[in-house]
Design a protein. Structure first.
Lengths: 306, 223
């Protein structure tokens, strides 16, 4: 069993990290996951497993992480506060750690209204910031949220959080990022970057506050597969901005998917130049097979040894 | 105040099916003020129910009355004679009123005419909005007089989340982001330093162990 997170080690050693997002299937077989794992193996340092993203029921993120780990990938488990209260979160995290999970990404969670059970009661007992603080305390000093000590082994997760540089005034986003890092977030995954100009301004403010030294920032990227997908993300997905010139490149391309991949590769190369960006997180939505090509063309292959 | 809305007619007609005589009780408190629970609405629904059952060849007799507030036993007590005459009650009180009527008249079925929605007020004439979750631990001094528990869709205490766009909430673009409102208000007050500390998880203990009480001695020892 791995004692330390490989992702944490790579970031500490100064490698430019590459992670990818994997959505678990809407069924009880691990086969779709294992197919994705086979495609990604060797091309990413860790895979991030979503926790019923957009509030749609899927195979559990912890179970999926265990399957991926068995297939030789390092998982990052996403945990949201939407479906679990503080008792369930802590219990599930003890279980995840006991199964070898070492990386955790804490999120408040997409509102249940967007999912396939809009009638569900949203829990939201803890927000992402409160969850990060709680998880850090589980590891050190080794106590539950209530203050009771953990018996035996403590779960010492490498703890992350997300930030969306494109939602609301920049100053407010940076302030919230600071709160997440203050709470103990060790790495930060951002929403997909399409608007590089705004992201550069965001990172400048992050550096002014010295936040890039306290938390490792992984910039999110998403290859756009079609004009339709780009328009959908721009118009329907909250907190995503896609500049007109990005859309135009897809619209004018003979092969929009190929243009989307090239665009993603260029974005990664631009992101690598920004001081304080410690890696990229590739969210190839329902298109995980394209990740190896992106990683190769971005000059990020081979990956450092695990 | 408590804001309520009328139940669908078919639902009310369904629940009172089988009653021959019905006492229809308005409330002059909150539900009357929000235009759904007063004597006029009670009278209209009583008439509609009579017609509905007559068209089915059934006879329903109704008696319409009202009390000052159904959430006070003293006022509810005034109904005793009418309840005895009718043997069933359709209440236009909020959920509290319906239960106080049911408490007072143990052998009588009591039906709710309304759905009790929330504690709020009207923002413009005729439009009501929730403003308080009645959580019992008011933090409005920290949030510029704007309640995030009530007005943020996720009720988060360290907002805003990443779903805000142009000051609007992702759950509905007609909903302002509560945390943006809080930020703007505290900025205008020169008190944004209130946003810096991490607000700890809430204590729900006092809201989840049966009905909340006040003014009665309670045994908190658990023994």
């Amino acid at each position: 069993m791995t004692l330390e997170s490989n992702l944490a080690r790579l970031l500490r050693e100064g490698h430019f990290a590459v992670t990818a997002e994997v959505g678990p299937p809407k069924g009880a077989s691990a086969d779709p996951l294992l197919q994705k794992a086979a495609a990604l193996k060797g091309y990413v340092d860790a895979v991030n497993v979503t926790d019923c993203q957009t509030a749609v029921v899927r195979l559990s993120s912890i179970a999926a992480a265990v399957h991926l780990k068995a297939a030789g990938l390092e998982p990052v488990v996403q945990m949201t506060g939407r479906d679990r209260n503080r008792i369930a979160i802590q219990s599930d995290l003890l279980g995840a750690y006991s199964l070898g999970v070492r990386n955790l990404l804490c999120l408040t969670g997409d509102h249940q209204r967007f999912g396939n059970h809009p009638e569900a009661r949203g829990v939201f007992d803890l927000d992402s910031i409160q969850m990060v603080a709680m998880v850090r305390r589980l590891g050190d000093p080794g106590e539950f949220l209530c203050g009771e000590p953990i018996r035996g082994e403590r779960p010492r997760f490498f703890v992350g959080a997300v930030e969306n540089p494109f939602a609301g005034p920049l100053e407010m986003r940076v302030r919230r990022l600071e709160k997440k890092i203050e709470a103990g977030a060790e790495f930060i995954q951002t929403q997909c970057v399409f608007d590089l100009e705004r992201f550069r301004r965001f990172m400048a403010m992050v550096r002014e506050h010295g936040l890039h030294r306290r938390g490792r920032i992984l910039a999110g990227v998403t290859p756009l597969k079609s004009v339709r997908m780009a328009r959908f993300m721009r118009d329907q997905v909250a907190g995503i901005t896609i500049p007109d010139e990005v859309l135009a490149r897809l619209e004018n391309a003979a092969d929009p998917a190929a243009a989307g991949v090239s665009l993603c590769v260029e974005q990664i190369s631009e992101l690598r130049k920004i001081e304080g960006v410690a890696g990229v997180h590739i969210m190839a939505i329902a298109w995980e097979q394209i990740v190896p090509e992106i990683v190769r063309r971005a000059g990020l292959y081979p990956r450092p040894a695990q | 105040m408590i804001v309520a809305e009328a139940k669908p007619f078919a639902e009310v007609a369904g629940m009172i099916g089988g009653c021959r005589r019905l006492l229809v009780v308005a409330c002059a408190g909150c539900t009357a003020v929000c235009g759904v629970g007063g004597v006029r609405q009670a009278g209209e629904l009583a008439a509609a129910l009579r017609i509905h059952f007559r068209l089915k060849g059934l006879e329903l007799e109704t008696e319409v009355t009202g009390v000052t507030r159904q959430c006070e036993p003293e006022f509810v007590g005034e109904l005793a004679e009418a309840v005895a005459r009718c043997g069933a009650v359709l209440s236009f009180g909020c959920g509290v009123g319906v239960q106080f009527v049911a408490d007072r008249f143990a052998g009588v079925p009591v039906f709710p005419a309304l759905n009790t929605r929330f504690a709020g007020g009207f923002t413009v004439s005729g439009a009501w909005e929730e403003r308080c979750r009645l959580c019992g631990d008011c933090q409005l001094h920290l949030t510029g007089g704007i309640c995030p528990l009530t007005r943020c869709a996720k009720g988060i205490l360290n907002g805003p989340c990443g779903g805000v766009q142009d000051g609007r909430c992702e759950v509905g673009w007609d909903v302002p982001c509560a945390w943006m409102l809080i930020h703007e208000r505290l900025a205008a007050l020169g008190r944004t330093e209130l946003l810096r500390p991490i607000r700890p998880p809430r204590n729900w203990a006092h809201t989840s162990a049966g009905p909340r009480r006040q003014g009665v001695s309670t045994d908190d020892s658990g023994k």
